[in-house]
Design a protein around this ligand. Structure first.
Ligand code: DLL
Length: 432
């Protein structure tokens, strides 16, 4: 469970005892320090003493993003403001921002968890790590930064914003690792390729997360940059990056289970899914002081595996994310996830993984246009070739989605590149 090179692990029984002890303490803590939880437990006729072990967790109430919004900004904090040393906030693109607060101890746990993740990716004290997540209220930049520093690596706090400068410094400083969103790393790869600089980089590893990415995109990043790419997961409400990360075997993301207890539920029935079944990921923060959360519904869809990994680690692993409960678009009655489009497009050599889905409603009928970008080497003026390619992509996407989209092929480098989380959907129906 620890982040240093020894890979020393607790057995599942030891871990379960630790989780039980921490949960009992947590429930008592929130009951006495957070009005919201005391009231919720009172409504359920519960007292802290009713929770005796981790198995009792299902008796506890869930927490949602709306609960955080309703208590904006600091209403769910369990300590006085004088003990909060940092706040972060989610972007608030889907509603009011959610604000999260950390005590000094919370920040220590956070950097410890990120350090574990980075060391799983092979990063050590001799590495030079470029952090290209945004710094600021977003947890990516500062979260990744402090974990890399804890390992003792040399940290280059790039943030996002200037890809040309980033690639130049990558070469000049001899960066051996980078932390950024996978879509931004693809853009960085494009810049390096355009400048014929891939041969000059010293990069070994990328620790990418903050947005869903497919196995194929993972391979593409590895091949184009000749590096190993790792998937890091987290969310601001629970902590930030470092809640889970995959190891060199890439058989799921190891959860820092001593701090974050995972459950997978069926979002419709709210009942636990059986092991291996896909459902919504729920986290209870076992050690947080500033903003402890009981059974926080992440809306992220995944499954869980408790078997010991080939790397020897005993922690539970969650599978690569399949999307979010609220990512799902319903178009003409068909459920569509953007990740299906990405997975389908990556099979087509002629186009890049950059795409945009535009959903609209014309005469009461949903329409879906998917704009896909040509790979530069396939860019010609020949109209017939384009028609044939459009037909081919329409066929591939229809098969993948179960409905017929209108496909529009656009020139290379046309679609907006994101430096943070990529935006793949414009749903105009929401504007009416
Ligand atoms: O994205 C924290 C983070 C920063 C994670 C940097 C990893 C790297 P939020 O902005 O609160 O926090 O967004 C959290 O992003 O619920 C997922 O839907 C999505 N997400 C994060 N990591 C992954 C990943 C940060 N590896 C939301 N794969 C989460 C898929 C991810 N989705």
């Amino acid at each position: 469970m620890i982040w240093n090179e020894t890979k020393e692990c607790m057995s599942r029984d030891e871990l379960s005892s630790l989780q039980s002890a921490r949960l009992v303490k947590l429930v008592d803590y929130v009951y006495h320090n957070v009005d919201f939880y005391r009231k919720k437990m009172q409504v359920l006729g519960m007292l802290p003493g009713d929770i005796k072990s981790i198995e009792d967790i299902t008796k506890l109430p869930f927490t949602t993003k709306d609960d955080l919004r309703d208590n904006y900004p600091f209403g769910l904090f369990a300590v006085p403001q004088s003990q909060i040393v940092r706040i972060h906030a989610s972007s608030g693109t889907t509603g009011k921002a959610t604000v999260v607060g950390y005590t000094r101890h919370d920040l220590d746990v956070w950097s410890e968890c990120v350090a574990r993740c980075f060391s799983m990716a092979g990063v050590g004290r001799n590495d030079i790590v470029q952090i290209a997540y945004g710094y600021g209220l977003f947890t990516g930049g500062l979260g990744a930064h402090s974990g890399a520093e804890k390992i003792g690596a040399m940290v280059v706090p790039m943030s996002t914003g200037n890809s040309k400068k980033l690639t130049t410094m990558m070469v000049d400083f001899g960066a051996t690792a980078i932390a950024c969103t996978p879509s931004y790393l693809l853009h960085i790869a494009e810049v390096l390729e355009t400048e014929n600089m891939v041969k000059d980089i010293k990069l070994k590893a990328a620790i990418c997360g903050a947005e869903p990415w497919t196995e194929k995109m993972h391979k593409e990043i590895e091949e184009r940059l000749n590096i190993k790419a790792f998937d890091i997961y987290g969310l601001s409400e629970v902590m930030g990056p470092g809640v889970a990360c995959d190891c060199e075997f890439h058989k799921g993301l190891h959860v820092c289970e001593d701090h974050f207890y995972p459950e997978i539920i069926n979002s419709a029935t709210m009942q636990p899914q059986t092991v291996g079944e896909t459902g919504e990921l729920v986290f209870t923060t076992l050690t947080k002081e500033g903003l402890p959360l009981l059974r926080y519904r992440t809306k992220d869809l995944t499954s869980i595996d408790y078997a010991t990994c080939d790397c020897g680690r005993t922690s539970a692993r969650i599978s690569r994310f399949k999307g979010r409960v609220d990512d799902m678009l319903i178009i003409r009655g068909v459920n569509v996830f953007p990740s299906q489009v990405e997975a389908a497009l990556i099979e087509v050599d002629e186009v890049s993984p950059h795409y945009m889905m535009i959903v609209d409603r014309v005469n009461n009928l949903d329409t879906l246009e998917i704009q896909v970008e040509l790979n530069p080497q396939y860019f010609t003026d020949e109209i017939r070739g384009l028609e044939k390619l459009t037909q081919k992509i329409t066929h591939v996407l229809s098969q993948a989605l179960g409905l017929n989209p209108k496909v529009k092929i656009v020139e290379p480098q046309t679609l907006v590149r994101s430096e943070g989380k990529a935006v793949h959907v414009i749903d105009k129906r929401k504007l009416y």
